[in-house]
Design a protein around this ligand. Structure first.
Ligand code: UTP
Length: 471
């Protein structure tokens, strides 16, 4: 132990970080081992480099940036791509992949975000919503759709317990694979590593961009290859309306002549210039996503001749990614660039002798973003989708992107589906559906699935204002 300690101390000394060993004298043997192991896992050269620079991402030339081209809703080629996607699904070539390693601090829910009660009437948790969709797609296409779920070391145990407590939502655990992502150390504003307890560094999950490395490191990529999976449907844990299995998108991505089949994305038109979503752009021959905070105002507010926003392709964090692409990228020492964010990070206070939860940002977290992989694909397609059909994120506890805004969008989508088949739906002056309406994936995976029920007279004739309806 002493030699190990000494070599680590010297390495830390060389970069001015020995303060993380300051409690060494009072630690028990097992705590010492834990701390040394944690430090050994750090890439100290990378930590030093990240601590000393503004950002790790590629630099963008705003003078040459253009809006990214996309296929609009209703594109005439989509039906043929739908058939190609269905073929891949019937062949068992598609997996579902949820990134669920985030800390969900804005929502403030105690427990993994996937356990949050998300649906508008019955309050089904997000993981159940996804499990039901996948089950309905498995039934439709007659094949198992393996579901990979990335957790983090912080929520892995609770996420597994949630699945176990819910009997894996009726799925086989063999086809429901959870694995934790990696972590990054948080640092103070003056570049110092931090302790959360005397024997534990303050770390955070390494961002949804850590998912590519985690897919490879966990053995998920090998597992996919063993099952003959070719394409991964990537989505976030916080969007109950995501169409996890979208044959048209999968077929377009995998077979279109202008696609590399490596990584494609869905987008929605931005509500307004100020909306806080990443924007797809075209830069140096590639599709990229710029965070809303990185897009200069002159560009985010620019309009075309018809007065529409030029940079309007908002990211909804839905991607199709090939297994071969993940496999190619993750050979060797691969990592996506890290972005810095000022956040509130719990830290150990020596004078108070306890861990403090700060009220204001006190540290820098480093996170990689999945969309930074787009530039590594030889080509990348973008498909427009409708916000009401597919984007009802739950991120904040109130206001925009909150449970209540998500509930409204869910009811709007479900109301529109029913309306198309003749149900009378109450609407408010602003067009919102004035009722809480839930449609389970077992009833209708896609809108057209309601046709059979409508023909059999099994859909409600009308839904009264301000009532609950479950179809
Ligand atoms: P967000 O960017 O919304 O972050 O994640 P978050 O951690 O969930 O929430 P806040 O910012 O603390 O409030 C978008 C998606 O990426 C996943 C999240 O679980 C969510 O599905 N994610 C995020 C990870 O899987 N790992 C991460 O390190 C970060």
């Amino acid at each position: 132990m002493h030699d190990r300690y000494e070599s680590i101390r010297q390495a830390l000394d060389a970069i001015g970080q020995t303060h993380i060993l300051r409690h060494w004298g009072s630690l028990q043997s097992s705590q010492r081992t834990d701390l040394l192991s944690q430090i050994e896992e750090l890439d100290l050269a990378m930590v030093t480099r990240l601590a000393s620079q503004a950002d790790d991402g590629a630099k963008v030339d705003f003078a040459t940036i253009e809006p990214a081209p996309f296929r609009a809703i209703g594109d005439a080629t989509l039906p043929s791509f739908r058939a190609a996607g269905e073929e891949l699904l019937r062949g068992g070539r598609v997996a579902a992949f949820t990134v669920a390693g985030g800390q969900g601090t804005r929502l403030g829910w105690r427990g993994p975000k996937g356990s949050y009660p998300a649906t508008v009437v019955t309050g089904k948790p997000l993981f159940r919503v996804f499990a039901e969709q996948i089950a309905a797609a498995e039934k439709r296409f007659g094949r198992v759709i393996p579901w990979y779920i990335m957790t983090s070391p912080i929520n892995d145990h609770d996420t597994r317990s949630f699945f176990q407590d819910n009997n894996w939502f009726g799925r086989s655990p063999r086809d429901t694979l959870l694995f934790p992502q990696g972590t990054m150390p948080s640092i103070t504003f003056d570049g110092k590593l931090m302790l959360e307890t005397p024997s534990m560094l303050a770390v955070n999950p390494d961002g949804h961009g850590g998912s590519l490395r985690a897919l490879a490191a966990s053995g998920a990529v090998e597992d996919m290859k063993g099952r003959g999976i070719e394409q991964i449907s990537y989505f976030q844990v916080d969007n109950p309306l995501v169409k996890i299995i979208d044959p048209a998108f999968i077929g377009l991505h995998a077979t279109a002549a202008d696609s590399s089949g490596e990584m494609s994305s869905k987008m929605v038109r931005k509500r307004d210039a100020a909306e806080k979503v990443g924007v797809f752009c075209h830069h140096a021959g590639k599709t990229i996503v710029l965070e809303y905070s990185d897009l200069p105002k002159s560009l985010s507010e620019a309009t075309d001749t018809s007065g529409m926003l030029r940079f309007a392709a908002g990211s909804v964090a839905i991607h199709a990614i090939s297994v071969a692409f993940v496999d190619r990228l993750t050979q060797g020492d691969f990592a996506l660039p890290f972005h810095r964010a000022k956040k509130k990070v719990p830290y150990y206070c020596d004078t108070a002798r306890c861990t403090i939860e700060p009220d204001a940002p006190n540290a820098i977290k480093f996170e990689a973003f999945i969309f930074d992989a787009l530039v590594l694909a030889s080509k990348s397609l973008l498909l427009e989708t409708s916000r009401v059909e597919e984007f009802a994120p739950i991120k904040n506890s109130t206001g925009e992107d909150s449970p209540s805004s998500s509930h409204q969008t869910q009811s709007n989508r479900n109301g529109a589906w029913l309306e198309r088949f003749g149900t009378q739906i109450p609407r408010r002056a602003n067009g919102d559906v004035d009722a809480r309406i839930e449609i389970s994936a077992a009833t209708a995976l896609f809108e057209d699935d309601l046709a059979g029920l409508a023909a059999a007279g099994q859909l409600p004739k009308r839904i009264a204002a301000d009532t609950d309806a479950v179809v």
